[in-house]
Design a protein around this ligand. Structure first.
Ligand code: AMP
Length: 485
C-alpha cells in the first residue's frame, strides 16, 4: 500500500513526502482509513511503529480548517512525549493551517496560556497541567471533537486514570475517541469499554511483542562490574547513539558521573532534572552532541531519536512492558537495532517474566575478553559516588576514618552557614549539612535553610551517616545524635 491510497489530502501527502516516508507502516495502513471514517480506534502498537503519524495525519485531515476553538485533545503520559507529538503535528501539518500547542508541567504556564489565547485547534497535554489550566478556566474542552489517549498503558502505570476520567467528564459525549497503547492489560480494555463506542481494534505485532528488527542479548554480570562491562562494550563496539536505562534517577546520576570521568559525551534525563535540563539533554542527544543518553523509564517516554544503534538496560526493568517500551527506542520504523540487558543473579525472576512475555529465551552472552572475576573495589570511606544526597553537598571523600574524625572534631572550625554563628566545639550544635572543600558546614535551625537546600536526610543518607558513626564512635548513638539529625 502507498500513502496515495490512504485518501489523505494533498497538503498532508506533501508533508509526508517531505519527511521521506514512502510507504505507510502497518499501523498507519490499518488505522488511518478507519479514523478518517470517524470511527473510534484502539491501536495496539509498540513504540516505534509509526503510531504517531497513524493518528496525527487523519486527525489533521478531519479537523480541516481552523475555527479558533480547541477541537482535538491528545493526552500523553510525559512532557517529552507531549512535545514529541506536538512537533509531529507541526511537521505533518506544515501545509495545513491548523494550530497546535503542547501543555505540560515543569515549566512556566505563561507561554502555554499565550499559545492558547492565540488559538489552538489541537492541544497535546499531560493530564496534570491540563487540569491546572482547566481549573483556572484558561482552557475549555467543550468543543472537543476528537480525544486521543497516547501510550494509555503508561498513563495507567503512572496513576493518571483518575485524572483522565476527570478530563473526560468535561468533554462532549459525542466525539471520536482513539486509544493507543503498547499493551492491552485488562484495565485498558475496561477503559476502552467506557470511553469508546464500537472501536475498531488495530493490532500490530501482537501486544507485548517488541518491534521486529531489535536483536536482544542478555549479559550476565556481577553487580559491581556493571560499569566496567559498559566501559568494556563502549571500547569494543561502535555504539552511537546509545541509550542507557537505569532503574533510578540516582543510578542515572551515578553512571553519568562515571562515564563523564572516562570522558564520554553523556547526558541524562530523569524526573529529578528540570524541564530545561531534560530538553537540553534530549536536544543534545538528537544533535549528536552527546553520544550517550542515560534515562529512567518515566523520562524515556517520547524519546524519538532516529537511528539509536543500541539500547542498554543497565538495570533490568521492573516489568516486561517496560522492557518492550525501552527496547522499542531502537529499531524505530523498521530500522534495526541492538538491545543489551545487564543481568545480575538477583534479576533472574524479572528475566524469566520478560522471556515468558516474549515467549522465547533470550541469548546470554559471556565475553571472552572481560574479567568477570574481578573483585569489588574497596569502598572509599565516604562513597560520594554512591550517595546522591551527599554529592549535592560538594562532599569530599575522606581518605580514612581518622581523617573523617579529624574533620569532624579538630581540624577546622565548622561554621554555621545559615545563622552566621560559629558552633561552640567541633561537634557542638546545629545540624550537619555539608562539607565545602574540607570544611564542615552546620546549620542552626531547620527552618532557616539556605536556598537550594535539600531538606531532611534521606533514609539512604541516614544509613550512610549511621555507618560512619558506628565506625568512628562505636554504637554510642546518643552522644553523637546530631550526626544523624
Ligand atoms: P512513532 O512510533 O510514531 O514514535 O514513530 C517512530 C519513528 O518512525 C518516527 O521517527 C517517525 O518519524 C518514523 N516514521 C513513522 N512513519 C513512518 C513511515 N511511514 N516511514 C518511515 N518512517 C516513519
Amino acid at each position: 500500500m502507498s500513502f496515495d491510497q490512504l485518501g489523505l489530502t494533498e497538503e498532508l501527502a506533501r508533508a509526508v513526502e517531505r519527511l521521506g516516508f514512502e510507504t505507510p507502516t502497518p499501523i498507519q495502513a490499518q488505522a488511518i482509513p478507519s479514523i478518517l471514517e470517524g470511527r473510534d480506534v484502539v491501536g495496539t502498537a509498540q513504540t516505534g511503529t509509526g503510531k504517531t503519524a497513524a493518528f496525527t495525519l487523519p486527525l489533521l485531515q478531519r479537523l480541516g480548517q481552523p475555527t479558533g476553538r480547541v477541537r482535538a485533545l491528545i493526552l500523553t503520559p510525559t512532557r517529552e512525549l507531549a512535545q514529541q507529538v506536538e512537533s509531529s503535528l507541526r511537521e505533518f501539518g506544515r501545509f495545513a493551517k491548523l494550530r497546535s500547542c503542547a501543555i505540560f508541567g515543569g515549566v512556566s504556564q505563561r507561554g502555554q496560556e499565550e499559545a492558547l489565547r492565540r488559538g489552538a485547534d489541537i492541544v497535546v497535554a499531560t493530564p496534570g497541567r491540563l487540569l491546572d489550566l482547566l481549573e483556572q478556566k484558561i482552557i475549555s474542552l467543550s468543543s472537543i471533537e476528537v480525544l486521543v489517549l497516547d501510550e494509555a498503558d503508561r498513563m495507567m502505570d503512572m496513576g493518571f486514570l483518575p485524572d483522565i476520567r476527570r478530563v473526560v467528564r468535561l468533554l462532549p459525549a459525542e466525539r471520536q475517541t482513539l486509544l493507543f497503547s503498547a499493551t492491552l492489560p485488562p484495565e485498558i480494555r475496561e477503559l476502552t469499554r467506557t470511553l469508546q463506542h464500537d472501536p475498531k481494534m488495530v493490532e500490530v505485532g501482537g501486544s507485548g511483542t517488541p518491534v521486529t528488527g531489535v536483536e536482544q542479548r542478555l549479559f550476565p554480570v556481577p553487580p559491581h562490574l556493571k560499569c566496567d562491562l559498559l566501559l568494556h562494550l563502549l571500547g569494543r563496539e561502535t555504539m552511537r547513539p546509545l541509550l542507557v536505562f537505569t532503574r533510578t534517577k540516582h543510578g542515572a546520576d551515578r553512571l553519568h558521573r562515571m562515564l563523564e570521568k572516562k570522558r564520554h559525551k553523556v547526558a541524562r534525563i530523569h524526573s529529578g532534572r528540570t524541564q530545561g535540563q531534560r530538553q537540553e539533554a534530549l536536544e543534545g542527544f538528537k544533535r549528536d552532541q552527546y553520544q550517550i543518553l542515560i534515562a529512567t523509564d518515566i523520562a524515556a517516554r517520547g524519546i524519538d531519536v532516529r537511528n539509536i544503534s543500541h539500547v542498554i538496560n543497565y538495570d533490568i526493568p521492573n516489568s516486561p512492558d517496560d522492557y518492550i517500551h525501552r527496547i522499542g527506542r531502537t529499531a524505530r520504523a523498521s530500522a534495526t537495532g541492538l538491545a543489551y540487558s545487564f543481568i545480575t543473579p538477583e534479576d533472574e525472576d524479572q528475566v524469566r517474566s520478560i522471556e515468558r512475555s516474549l515467549r522465547r529465551k533470550l541469548n546470554r552472552i559471556r565475553l571472552k575478553d572481560f574479567a568477570y572475576d574481578a573483585p569489588p573495589q574497596p569502598k572509599a570511606e565516604f562513597q560520594t559516588e554512591h550517595n546522591p544526597m551527599l554529592e549535592r553537598r560538594s562532599f569530599r571523600p575522606a581518605a580514612s576514618p581518622a581523617r573523617v574524625f579529624d574533620r569532624f572534631a579538630h581540624s577546622r572550625t565548622p561554621r554555621c552557614s545559615a545563622s552566621g554563628q560559629t558552633p561552640r566545639a567541633g561537634l557542638g550544635q546545629g545540624k550537619l549539612r555539608s562539607f565545602r572543600g574540607d570544611r564542615l558546614e552546620f546549620r542552626g535551625k531547620a527552618t532557616s535553610r539556605p536556598e537550594g537546600s535539600i531538606g531532611e536526610p534521606s533514609p539512604e543518607e541516614q544509613a550512610e551517616l549511621k555507618r560512619l558513626q558506628r565506625k568512628l564512635f562505636g554504637t554510642g548513638r546518643t552522644r553523637h545524635r546530631h550526626l544523624l539529625s
